[in-house]
Design a protein around this ligand. Structure first.
Ligand SMILES: *Cc1c(COP(=O)(O)O)cnc(C)c1O
Length: 216
């Protein structure tokens, strides 16, 4: 399917009872059990999963060619979830031009938990020099906000693979229309869906899309 078709149709389910082509907004916080006490439709409680969020996750996973996706209440929440998944004491290599909210999260919220080096990720050499035995994550943002710096995602990913380091890429400014970091070797793509994906400055959101459905 062409990307335009994926963008319109992926993740959307037609209600077989009514035939409505666009899903209604699902307001229910909890979902019905069957006679055995199970949840036959897979939904239990809306914080864990919800039909509308699931649709968004499916379309984002399809657009980024990922195994699955997880939607968040903001881009900052999505990025912070990646940082939270790291063992305390892990070292992170992050761009010297990084979205300020996520840079502040690393410097303030994760202070004393993670160690971080901010390097010029447009230089493979600078990244290689910053790698330590405890380095678990290379965070990329390309093009970066605000300086629009471009990193060589494929080259960084092959360097990272040699050292068994995961790569996450903030793809907010590129969008999956212009760049798919998972196809270039990244493990995780992050989006602030508040920006181009939302497109109308009227919704705050974020997402992570993973190459494989593994334990990060
Ligand atoms: C806006 C932005 C974020 C943060 O997203 P929020 O939805 O505002 O939390 C992260 N990265 C980039 C590149 C952004 O432009």
């Amino acid at each position: 399917m062409k990307i335009e078709t994926i963008a319109i149709h992926a993740g959307n389910t037609v209600n077989c009872l009514t035939g409505e082509v666009i899903q209604p907004i699902s307001l229910s916080t909890t979902f019905e059990r069957d006679a055995e006490g199970n949840y036959p439709d897979g939904y239990m409680y809306t914080r864990s999963d919800n039909p509308n969020r699931r649709s968004l996750e499916k379309v984002l996973a399809a657009l980024e060619h990922g195994a699955d996706a997880c939607a968040f209440s903001s881009g900052n929440a999505a990025g912070s979830a990646v940082f939270q998944a790291l063992e305390p004491g892990s070292h992170v290599i992050a761009p010297d031009d990084m979205y300020h909210g996520l840079r502040n999260a690393l410097l303030q919220v994760f202070k004393g938990v993670l160690s971080v080096d901010f390097v010029d990720t447009t230089s493979l050499d600078a990244i290689e020099k910053a790698i330590k035995p405890t380095t678990k994550l290379i965070w990329l943002e390309s093009p970066s906000n605000p300086l629009l710096k471009i990193s060589d995602i494929a080259a960084v990913c092959s360097l990272a693979k040699k050292h068994a380091i995961k790569v996450a890429c903030d793809n907010t400014f590129a969008t999956p229309i212009f760049q798919c970091p998972l196809a270039l070797g990244a493990d995780i793509v992050m989006h602030s869906t508040t920006k181009y994906l939302g497109g109308h400055s009227d919704v705050l959101g974020g997402a992570l899309i993973c190459k494989t459905a593994d334990e990060f």
